[in-house]
Design a protein around this ligand. Structure first.
Ligand code: 5AD
Ligand code: SF4
Length: 470
């Protein structure tokens, strides 16, 4: 049994990590053939992609995917710790699984992801959720076959979570949920330690994948007919810093953009290390999508300092405008937290005025959620939840106003859209533009997911656009 510890997770050193090739233990290959699995994924794209690896590992063991947890022999919850509601959702699901286990004695239940990295969660599972068969963390996905097999063979709860990142495994299998767009991890972990954020503790220090491994994965995806790749990392801008002296995200984007791939995206970018080279490359290559997610978190320099964000309102705005003026028709989206400890009405008004200036194309807005073990927990907080909820509502009104205003500007324009599928009523297709806008549209000819089509915009709404293929 291994229980995680945040004090250890917090440590950062220059210890070398090894790049190892994953090899599956031959004894478990196909061992569970005929059994069904279901993975419930919470949280970000990183987790979604991890679930694609977890699913592939299970398929190597012989498991088959099902789309309903009631039909599964094995259910895995891939969890998120970012805010309290993500926590509550996972525990709610565990409650439902407990009932299911009463009816289905052989059901195997596993938990992984960011919550598994929290000692308090693991202790709760040990105490109150004894029916959970196994828990593994974000640093040892490659051990899933062994842990699962042991849980079944020994019929005993297995808790195997490392506090610190280990070596970096290449060659893990992956079953992609999609055959035209794919996620590619480029960097793991985060060293930024924003004071509200749990990620540096749950995902470990920044570790870049070697560029050759990434470029090889991209080549294979292109060969398999993929049209869009999204480079993933908690902070992609830090790519390469731990490995190379003179190769960074700008270089990687450029090397990928030169390949025959229609769409390249990347996320998420911390404003701190967004270099001019990156902006230049994004502006230069038409297949790098003009869509940048640039989380601001707050418009008040005082709050940004308390958040440990390493930039001020002014330096953020300078970067924002540099990107806007260099990358043609770029859409910039953001994340904003309201009700951070110490945020006054004046600080909040600064956030509103920053939004008025940036007129974001998309924004994810949150109320500050206290995460045990992070420095922000110790800050004094005089704002009531009711006030925070009111601020969130006021903020949402302003961001929504600009979503609609930006969308209105697209009326009559022709946008390139990648088809995702048909809408529920089946009378319209839907897909995403280069700037990541959701477009519902009609087409005289039949289309399939992954097709790229030009769509004329006929109607603008707050969260989507309507259009037609001529
Ligand atoms: N409370 C509220 N929102 C948070 N985020 C991260 N940590 C917290 C927290 N403790 C938000 C940030 C981040 C996004 C992924 O989630 O805005 O950019
Ligand atoms: Fe949630 Fe962050 Fe973990 Fe993603 S990395 S699952 S957002 S806590």
């Amino acid at each position: 049994m291994r229980i995680p510890d945040f004090n250890e997770a917090r440590t950062r050193d220059k210890r070398e990590y090894k790049r190892l090739d994953f090899e599956l233990d031959k004894d478990v290959l196909g061992k569970y053939s005929g059994k069904k699995y279901f993975i419930k994924t919470y949280g970000c794209q990183m987790n979604e992609h991890d679930s694609e690896v977890i699913g592939a590992l299970l398929e190597k063991l012989g498991f088959e995917a099902v789309d309903d947890y009631l039909k599964a022999d094995l259910v895995i919850l891939n969890t998120c710790s970012i805010r309290e509601n993500a926590h509550n959702k996972a525990f709610g699901m565990l409650g439902r699984l407990k009932h299911l286990r009463n009816e289905k004695k052989d059901l195997i239940i596993g938990l992984c992801g960011c919550m598994a990295q929290e000692a308090s969660v693991v202790e709760e599972i040990l105490r109150d959720y004894k029916f959970v068969n196994f828990v593994f963390g974000t640093h040892n996905m490659h051990e899933l076959p062994k842990i699962l097999d042991r849980a079944i063979e020994e019929n005993q709860q297995q808790i195997e979570v490392y506090s610190r990142e280990g070596d970096l495994y290449e060659g893990l299998p992956v079953v992609r949920t999609n055959n035209y767009k794919a996620y590619v991890n480029i960097i793991y972990g985060c060293d930024k330690f924003c004071t509200y954020c749990i990620v540096p503790y749950t995902r470990g220090r920044e570790r870049s994948r070697e560029k050759e491994d990434i470029l090889r994965e991209v080549d294979e995806l292109i060969k398999d007919g993929y049209k869009e790749i999204t480079l993933l990392g908690q902070n992609v801008n830090a790519y390469g810093k731990d490995l190379y002296d003179d190769y960074n995200l700008g270089n990687l984007l450029e090397d990928i953009a030169k390949k025959d791939i229609p769409r390249v995206r990347f996320m998420t970018s911390h404003p701190w290390d967004f270099t001019d080279k990156m902006i230049e490359v994004i502006g230069k290559y038409p297949n790098i999508m003009p869509s940048v997610h640039l989380p601001v978190q707050s418009g008040s320099s005082k709050i940004l300092k308390l958040m440990g964000r390493r930039y001020t309102r002014e330096s953020y705005l300078e970067l924002f405008h540099k990107i806007k003026s260099t990358v043609k028709d770029v859409a910039i989206s953001t994340d904003i937290i309201v009700g951070f400890p110490g945020e006054t009405e004046e600080d909040f008004l600064e956030t509103l005025s920053l939004v008025e200036e940036c007129k974001y194309d998309n924004a994810f807005t949150f109320i500050f959620s206290e995460r045990v073990g992070t420095p922000a927990c110790k800050l004094k907080d005089n704002t009531t939840l009711k006030e925070k909820e009111e601020r969130l509502q006021r903020l949402n009104e302003v961001v929504n106003k600009y979503f609609l205003e930006n969308n209105n500007k697209l009326l009559g324009k022709v946008l390139n859209v990648m088809v995702e599928g048909t809408s529920e009523k089946k009378d319209m297709y839907y897909g995403y533009s280069e700037t990541n806008k959701l477009i519902n549209f009609t087409s005289p000819k039949e289309l399939k997911p992954g097709d790229l089509v030009d769509v004329e915009i006929t109607e603008a709404k707050t969260w989507s656009l309507d259009g037609k293929v001529k």
